[in-house]
Design a binder for this molecule. Structure first.
Ligand SMILES: C[S@@+](CC[C@H](N)C(=O)[O-])C[C@H]1O[C@@H](n2cnc3c(N)ncnc32)[C@H](O)[C@@H]1O
Length: 297
């Protein structure tokens, strides 16, 4: 006999795009790369998901780009400048009429610049349900765009990342943004979650963006495909009644796979699953990662 869940209609997948950027633009993508503007600086970076043809020609990309990231291994490489580029520069995101988020950027040897601009779709989404007295946990939090957005509402925000320098970078972004009072934890995300479960702490919003692999500060190994189930099961125990989870991953795990884990861990929750995307000036939709928004009823 069919189980009642089996006859429940399956919801369509979503596509989310960030809105409101002036200091970021995906100019074009294709041929395994993307051409983006961060403030005044135009960069070329590898983008394995951009398997289509470029909208503009390669010579035009090189003409307008200030620098290009050339990979030399699976995760590392170096930047080749085409023009002079500052060591550090700043971009701003207009979160609300009263609050601009400021980000200090630099070209790292991991091809990142300290900002995932597509995440702005989540920064605005969290605002209506947060405020003083609400508790927010940001796991695998990097340079903290979501932590800044959440804290701007007056919510209590705990920011967890394994790398001390990344947490220092977020603190700089917080100060540049005129925000204060985020609680920092340089800690292995899984270890932090397990401790919070023992303490019976709960959160109104949990944000997490686990990478494909990583290391905790004490060498704790993180491998998404082996540990994602454990992470979701454990974290679901920290979600307060009526609370939400934003789970993102750039690792290639599909939104439907993540949805199955969440539906099993929080039965009855409302789940929206889909892709977080950027639209290029030449019209392509670049899927950056899988995104889930889960609300416990
Ligand atoms: C993809 S980034 C997150 C980007 C973030 N969503 C944003 O918008 O800025 C993944 C982060 O996970 C951190 N990380 C990797 N392994 C970790 C672990 N075991 N515990 C905690 N953080 C970890 C990395 O230092 C990195 O900052």
């Amino acid at each position: 006999m069919a189980h009642s869940e089996a006859s429940t209609p399956v919801s369509p997948l979503f596509r989310w795009f960030p809105e409101g950027w002036k200091d970021h633009e995906l100019i074009d993508s294709g041929a395994g790369s993307k051409l983006e503007r961060f403030g005044e600086i135009v960069l070329i970076r590898p983008e394995p998901k951009a398997i289509w043809d470029r909208g503009m020609n390669a010579a035009e990309w090189r003409r307008i780009a200030a620098a290009e990231f050339v990979p030399t291994g699976r995760t590392k490489g170096h930047w080749e400048p085409h023009q002079s580029v500052p060591d550090k520069w700043e971009v701003r995101y207009p979160l609300t009429p009263e609050c601009n988020l400021h980000f200090s950027l630099e070209m790292t040897r991991f091809k990142h610049v300290g900002l995932f601009p597509e995440q702005a779709a989540n920064w605005r989404w969290v605002l209506p349900n947060l405020g003083p007295g609400k508790r927010v946990l940001n796991l695998f939090a990097y340079t903290g765009g979501a932590s800044l957005a959440a804290r701007s509402t007056g919510a209590d925000v705990t920011h967890v990342d394994a790398i001390k320098q990344v947490v220092t970078w977020t603190r700089i972004n917080m100060e540049l943004s005129g925000i204060e009072g985020i609680r920092w934890c340089v800690e292995d995300a899984m270890r932090f979650v397990e401790r919070e479960l023992r303490r019976k702490n709960q959160y109104d919003l949990i944000i997490m963006d686990p990478p494909a692999w990583g290391l905790g500060p004490r060498g704790e190994k993180w491998k998404l495909e082996d540990q994602v189930g454990h992470l979701i099961r454990s974290t679901s125990g920290l979600v307060a009644s009526g609370g939400s989870v934003i789970m993102n991953t750039y690792s290639g795990l599909s939104p439907s796979s993540l949805e199955n884990f969440w539906r099993a861990s929080l039965p009855g929750a409302s789940v929206q699953a889909g892709e977080l995307c950027l639209k290029s000036g030449t019209g392509q939709v670049l899927p950056t990662g899988s995104l889930l928004r889960v609300t416990r009823n």
